[in-house]
Ligand binder design. Structure first.
Ligand code: SF4
Length: 485
């Protein structure tokens, strides 16, 4: 969600005449180690889901303070979840900050910068609820082949460890017609992969009272001409219904990957987390997904050391992990977020106990991830070539990207093929997996004369066009751009 918001911020600034600092060599030349890049305006988009967001923000601001001393006209803006939470306190702690804006009013960023410049005083503006749906704002995306499309913002759940509902508000859904129009638009701009984005995608439709709206949206989006890969994040086990699984299985463009947050394998802890599903329901979802989409890679999120978690609770998490065979897991050591109910719960798990459990969980999941990867040796993968992932592979003549199940694959280039010339980011390559590692696959079949096929895509053509003509890089697409035929 934050990456998507950053695209919007960059788009708003570009539409207002700002230029990325990399395109202004005389500015870039004065860059310091503070990370200012020599820019006239630095925007920090904060995220308070991760630990230490405040420490990191004020650490960065501390470094920028010395830059601002030498260049007083440089403006610093702070947005995102932490800004929504701390509001004017940010300026109290760091009086040299020029602009503070929240998660509900990204659209005012250019105006606040102007106001702060004019008044020579900090401009702080936070809204309590969303006024403008972020997807209707201009956007400046880095990737030409993959796009985020937001279907909802906010969340109606009340998980006791999570600060999101407090900072992003109640769920607001975009109408399906608008979502589909934006997908058509980004596809016409060259995207071959779209990820539908929401805090809780499968409750989509709740705000306009339509049941099964997410499954219907998947089917409709999956039929859009030119779209090759459709993904979504994140679902919630409580409302993940069979019609969504069927829509995934029956829509060829919906990719066989699913991120399904477990958080804990213990029903007692799930109750304390106020997660409304139980272990049996979670395991049932996985069973049905595997039945209908056998090649699906399922990933998850797990929190270790939630207040009150006993060794017995933790054992239940290990049991689910053992059984579920997740392709990978984002594992988190519980840490309290001020303002959440769990932060005030008694019975916080001592750090050393939580850390020891975390180590055991990680070791188990690493073993499973590796075993699952090894099962793929000898299989054929279709890889959407990326621009930024695993760039160092170029030295070893490998290109990188994601397989249909979202696994990272490094593909060996046969002699005569060049990255950027013959195979561009956004193109598709098919090869055989020759080697598995815990977190990636290597597909070198083409290097030894085996399978290697390459398909040019419109996304690759767009990338090549952009390289040949880099100036229009400042191009901004408006929320719902006109479809190019
Ligand atoms: S479902 Fe729970 S964890 Fe996810 S955003 Fe909503 S409150 Fe947070």
């Amino acid at each position: 969600m934050n990456v998507h918001d950053s695209e919007r911020m960059a788009g708003l600034l570009a539409a207002d005449g700002y230029v990325p600092v990399e395109q202004v060599p005389e500015a870039a030349a004065r860059a310091t180690e503070a990370g200012d890049g020599g820019a006239d305006v630095v925007v920090i988009n904060t995220c308070s889901v991760r630990e230490n967001a405040a420490n990191r923000l004020f650490g960065n601001l501390g470094q920028l303070a010395s830059v601002k001393k030498n260049r007083p006209d440089m403006q610093i803006a702070v947005g995102g979840c932490l800004a929504q939470q701390m509001r004017a306190d940010i300026v109290k702690k760091a009086p040299f900050v020029d602009v503070v804006f929240g998660t509900h009013n990204i659209d005012v960023l250019p105006v606040l910068l102007k106001r702060a410049r004019h008044n020579r005083d900090a401009a702080v503006e936070i809204e309590e609820s969303l006024k403008v749906f972020p997807s209707t704002l201009p956007k400046k995306a880095d990737s030409s082949y993959a796009a985020w499309v937001s279907i909802s913002v906010g969340c109606n759940n009340t998980c006791t460890f999570c600060i999101v509902p407090h900072l992003r508000g109640k769920e607001r859904d975009r109408r399906p017609g608008e979502v589909l129009a934006e997908i058509e638009a980004v596809v016409s701009e060259g995207a071959v992969e779209v990820t539908l984005l929401g805090q809780n995608v499968n409750s989509y439709g709740v705000s306009f009272g339509e049941r099964d709206a997410f499954a219907k949206l998947l089917r409709a989006a999956g039929n859009i001409e030119g779209l090759e890969r459709l993904r979504f994040t994140s679902p919630h086990p409580a409302a993940f219904s069979d019609d969504v699984i069927r829509a995934m299985a029956e829509t060829p463009t919906v990719m066989p990957s699913l991120h399904m947050p477990l958080q804990s394998g213990s029903d007692r802890i799930l109750r304390m987390m106020r997660r409304s599903y139980r272990r049996a329901k979670f395991e049932g979802i996985l069973e049905r997904v595997r039945e209908l989409i056998p090649d699906a890679a399922i990933t998850t999120d797990i929190i270790v050391g939630f207040p009150g978690e006993t060794e017995e609770d933790f054992q239940q998490t290990l049991e689910v992990v053992e059984k579920a065979r997740f392709a990978s897991a984002f594992t988190f050591l519980y840490s309290p977020r001020p303002g959440t109910p769990a932060a005030d719960m008694e019975d916080q798990v001592p750090d050393d106990v939580a850390a020891e459990r975390y180590k055991r969980l990680l070791a188990l999941q690493e073993k499973i991830s590796f075993e699952e990867m090894q099962k793929l040796e000898g299989t054929t993968v279709e890889v959407l070539i990326a621009e930024t992932e695993g760039r160092k592979d170029l030295a070893t003549r490998r290109i990188s990207g994601r397989a249909r199940d979202n696994r990272l694959v490094h593909v060996g280039l046969p002699a005569g093929f060049e990255y950027g010339r013959d195979i561009r980011p956004g193109d598709m390559v098919t090869a055989v997996v020759t080697h598995a590692a815990p977190h990636h696959l290597v597909a070198d079949s083409g290097v030894t004369g085996g399978l290697f096929s390459h398909r040019k895509t419109r996304a690759g053509d767009m990338w090549a066009e952009k390289q040949a003509c880099p100036v229009p890089d400042n191009k901004v697409t408006l929320g719902i751009p006109i479809i190019r035929r």
